[in-house]
Design a protein around this ligand. Structure first.
Ligand code: SAM
Ligand code: SF4
Ligand code: F3S
Length: 436
């Protein structure tokens, strides 16, 4: 009988896409995927190290698995992804519940690590493999409507707070030809939405084809007409007018940009080593809004970074008012050992102050999202239905091209359909409506 593997994924979309690659590698070895930890012969945790609670989270899960291991001594447990890449072999000494470790560049070695683990040999492969893009592996996709296509791996920026360059290594781009072929195949298979993924998509470059991100995006849109094309993440210092013009020129490229700003204070942005100021950011967002009417802009914000004063925090709030983000991912700053900030900048904003500032940021974002959503009442949006709504089987949940969540009466439609929906009411999180 085939062995069963349960993979639990934490962190960003890049990790979700990696899990699809790992599933493919393990299926080739005869494993079948299961979504029940109880029935699995192999449990893999694909982990995220971006904030400091990462290790505790994993240790708690491993504690829970300990009982199961006593009952089923052949159960194997592997920890992979950004946490082992960051903490390396010392993870073995944190607990005895781990059979193998692998990092984001060494998933091709998983069959070997698992085979050794079956013989009682604990192993780790945490090498950086600068040329690894997992070309040639066809991911086992979890959805049938919307899916990801990683276009690059790693990150060459050095934002002072961030572990990603340490966990994912140097930036490398996948060849343009293989990205475009994959997008075309997904369109043929009936996918309705493809998201191109990278930590900083604007610095995508295929040296051989001399192709940058604007051209790649245009080619992707032409290779999959009628399929929605999204991308994430853009970096404010690198987003170009030519890219914005490509978005405006192609109907199937969604009119939404995730553009993390992190702080509204130029002084803090400098400490963060982001490579852009408040003014640069405002110029870029004004340029985007002037070229793409109706575009939505979302962001990431960090409260209480090293040295952040009340004045700096107010600048973040005022930038939010000025740009009017559609939504934000909002975090308290958490120190990550080894980063520039951990080494050179004191973590001098008290925890309660960080929390207080984060609450203010969240409250403001909720207000702005609520106002932007309320302004949509009465308008009609094309919504890609993704699934049944959690509330009722008679309702569907989907998104507008501008990435707003819409719940609407089913009226005979199914997930995968593009539906014109008139918006009837709104909360700060969701639009509610009826098909036209
Ligand atoms: N590459 C993307 C970018 O440049 O914005 C996103 C990278 S990161 C995985 C996602 C978000 O996590 C960041 O934009 C930042 O807001 C947040 N983040 C990263 N490190 C953090 C830290 N040490 N403390 C709090 N938030 C952090
Ligand atoms: Fe981290 Fe900055 Fe790279 Fe984003 S651009 S992954 S925040 S170092
Ligand atoms: Fe993503 Fe977390 Fe790694 S955000 S790149 S899974 S550290």
């Amino acid at each position: 009988m085939n062995k069963k593997v349960y993979i639990r994924t934490f962190g960003c979309q890049m990790n979700l896409a990696d899990t699809e690659i790992i599933s493919s590698l393990l299926q080739d070895e005869g494993y079948v995927m299961t979504d029940s930890e109880e029935s699995a012969d192999l449990v893999i945790l694909n982990t995220c190290a971006v904030r400091e609670n990462a290790v505790e989270k994993i240790m708690n899960m491993l504690d829970n698995l300990k009982g199961k291991r006593r009952l089923r001594p052949n159960l194997l447990v592997g920890i992979i992804g950004c946490v082992p890449q960051y903490y390396r072999e010392k993870m073995f000494s944190m607990t005895d519940g781990i059979d193998f470790l692998a990092g984001p560049d060494t998933y091709r070695q998983l069959p070997f690590l698992i085979e050794n683990a079956e013989q009682g040999i604990r192993g780790a492969n945490l090498a950086f493999v600068p040329e690894e893009t997992y070309a040639g592996i066809e991911p086992v996709r979890t959805g049938s409507i919307s899916t990801f296509v990683p276009i690059m791996r790693g990150c060459n920026n050095r934002c002072a707070f961030c572990v990603v360059p340490f966990t994912r290594g140097k930036e490398r781009s996948r060849p343009m030809k293989s990205v475009i072929e994959e997008v075309g195949q997904l369109a043929e298979k009936g996918y309705r939405e493809v998201t191109l993924l990278g930590q900083n998509v604007n610095s995508y470059f295929d040296d051989d084809a001399r192709c940058g991100f604007a051209e790649l995006l245009e080619r992707a849109s032409l290779a999959a007409e009628g399929v929605r094309i999204r991308f994430t993440t853009s970096h404010p210092k690198d987003i170009s007018e030519s890219l914005v013009r490509v978005i405006a020129a192609h109907d199937n490229i969604c009119n939404t940009i995730h553009l993390p700003v992190q702080s509204g204070s130029t002084r803090v942005l400098k400490l963060m080593q982001r490579g852009h100021s408040r003014e640069d950011y405002l110029e870029k967002t004004a340029m985007i809004r002037s070229i793409i009417p109706g575009v939505t802009i979302s962001t990431d914000l960090i409260a209480g970074f090293c040295g952040e004063t009340v004045e700096d925090h107010r600048e973040t709030l005022s930038l939010m008012e000025e740009v009017r983000f559609d939504f934000s991912y909002m975090f308290c700053y958490s120190v990550r050992p080894g980063t520039y900030a951990a080494k050179h900048l004191p973590d001098d904003v008290a925890e309660e102050v960080k929390k207080q500032r984060l609450e203010e940021i969240i409250a403001l974002q909720n207000r702005i999202s609520g106002e932007l959503h309320a302004a949509e009442i009465g308008s009609i949006h094309e919504v890609l239905a993704e699934s049944e709504s959690k509330r009722s089987r008679e309702m569907l949940m989907g998104r507008t091209g501008t990435n707003r969540v819409v719940v609407f009466d089913r009226n005979g439609y199914s997930p995968g359909d593009l539906v014109d929906v008139r918006i009837q009411s709104a909360t700060s999180a969701t639009l509610l409506g009826n098909p036209e």
